[in-house]
Design a protein around this ligand. Sequence first.
Ligand code: S3P
Length: 173
Amino acid sequence: MDKKKKIYLIGFMGSGKTSTGKKLSAILGWESIDLDKYVEVVAGKTIPEIFAEEGEAGFRKRESDALRALEAKNNCVISTGGGTACSNENIDYMLSTGYVVYLKLNPGQLKSRLVSGKVERPLLRGLDERQLLEFIKNKLESRESFYGKADIVVEGIIRDYRSVAMTIVNAMK
Ligand code: S3P
């Protein structure tokens, strides 16, 4: 399998996976797939509804299934959810079927980007700013070993998604 026919964007919530995925796919002329949206369409409900009705375990099962359901697709950029890469089964699956890019931001950068996006993210609901930063630090630490297995790491994106996308294109050459 040619790893370069499929790109997976991984990283913490708020790291810009979806926006970078859109830019990158436009540059390459590839399809852009948002895994969270794909899960929602298959389930016929939103992610908060899945968490509420099936728990986090139910959601994780759905996202792992969704990842594998896209196996036959090529020439696509798949923006994953923040937790998709965080099992050995999933990160190894992605590394063997595509080119994996970790969009890396530090906890402070993630916090500023996530304060306004707490409602649609069940794991962040109800946290005040201090708790949010604490949550990000702890979760990031526990996830870093999975994210760090990526083929490439792109650090510190803030707003310029096009230059992030171009960095990825150049790294793949
Ligand atoms: C999650 C990240 C979310 C979504 C779900 C769980 C996580 O995706 O998959 O709420 O565990 O980090 P984004 O990274 O697109 O916010």
